[in-house]
Design a binder for this molecule. Structure first.
Ligand SMILES: [Ca+2]
Length: 331
């Protein structure tokens, strides 16, 4: 009798789970992913705050480095403002009227916003702004390390977008794993980053991302080799490892003419939100194009200067060679 009860309970549970899966869609894999991400979803929901649009002063929630220009935006004018220490409530700075106003569109009833400046606050800490008319900001940080977290998050985002590879549990550091989709790539095509919604790989967005990665490396030379990607710990800054992931796609879509392809794309797309690396059909090669080739030449030339310090063979043998071929294509 007891066994029957347990079996009955199990059957009810299975039916309930089945109904849940059917209702939410996506099958057992998607269901398992939802179960694994339950904790994070709950945490996000608990942190959610519903606020009136433009009901607060807008201060950077990323924070401000001590020496940088620090400004906030107010939906209404003010004669003065104070900066309060978030922990003690003490006034650490007072400021005057807006340094400028700005005409704006698309902000509902607001056609003008006022900009306040508190650049002279350079002591690291956590603060809040209050105007003489009583508007306040969310708390924000001033410190030399305020960009570390967001930078890491952006870099991690590129890792999760990697194409034609598995995202494994060790590096996902969470439930967002998937099997390799390398078998769906056209012959010879490797790596790159999937686009946001349709999972194709595009020359335009990939080269734009490459430019900013190389620019960041060139300007700031971040050395972090521990961001949790498969290439962490190899002695090369992880930002460059990520850039190389995009560059290798670029090199793999050059055809015999020397020109570069526009995309590695899907034949057709399902409705937005329904495409996934698991379900899309195999990819096909996009066309070779003049603009795509010009973009590639620019990226490869820039990359050859940035990579030389770390991998001169990669910089010289591949980039310079491919650049020459592509230059001939353009002529
Ligand atoms: Ca590395």
């Amino acid at each position: 009798m007891r066994t029957l009860k347990v079996l009955g309970l199990a059957a009810v549970l299975v039916l309930a789970l089945g109904a849940f899966v059917v209702r939410k869609g996506g099958g057992p894999k998607a269901f398992a992913r939802r179960v694994l991400s339950y904790g994070a979803s709950r945490q996000r929901f608990a942190a959610r705050q519903d606020e009136a649009p433009f009901g607060l002063l807008a201060a950077s929630q990323v924070g401000y480095a001590p020496a940088m220009v620090k400004q906030f935006t107010s939906p209404q004018g003010f004669a003065s403002f104070r900066v309060l220490d978030e922990g003690t409530g003490a006034v650490v700075m007072t400021g005057g009227p807006p340094v400028r106003t700005l005409r704006v569109e698309g902000l509902g009833p607001f056609t003008e916003v006022a900009i306040g400046d508190f650049s002279r606050l350079d002591r690291p800490g956590r603060y809040r702004l209050v105007t003489d008319r009583g508007l306040t900001s969310h708390p924000f940080a001033v410190g030399p390390d305020v960009f570390d977290g967001p930078l890491r998050a952006v870099q991690r985002g590129f890792y999760f977008q990697r194409a034609f590879t598995a995202i494994d549990a060790a590096h996902a550091q969470g439930p967002w794993v998937r099997a390799s989709d390398a078998a769906k790539a056209p012959p010879g095509v490797r790596k790159g980053w999937h686009d946001a919604g349709d999972f194709s790989v595009y020359s335009a967005s990939l080269n734009t991302a490459l430019y900013w990665m190389l620019e960041a490396q060139n300007d700031f030379a971040p050395t972090a080799d521990n961001t949790g990607i498969p290439e962490s710990g190899n002695g090369v800054p992880d930002l460059l490892d990520e850039a190389r992931w995009g560059l290798e796609w670029l090199l793999s879509v050059q055809d015999a003419s020397g020109g570069f392809r526009n995309t590695t794309c899907q034949e057709d797309y399902g409705p937005y939100g329904t495409n996934s690396p698991d379900t899309v059909p195999p990819y096909r090669n996009g066309e070779v194009g003049t603009i795509a080739t010009a973009r590639a030449v620019g990226s490869l030339a820039y990359a050859s200067t940035v990579f030389r310090r770390y991998d001169s063979a990669f910089a010289d043998a591949r980039f310079t060679h491919n650049q020459h071929i592509a230059t001939r294509f353009r002529q």
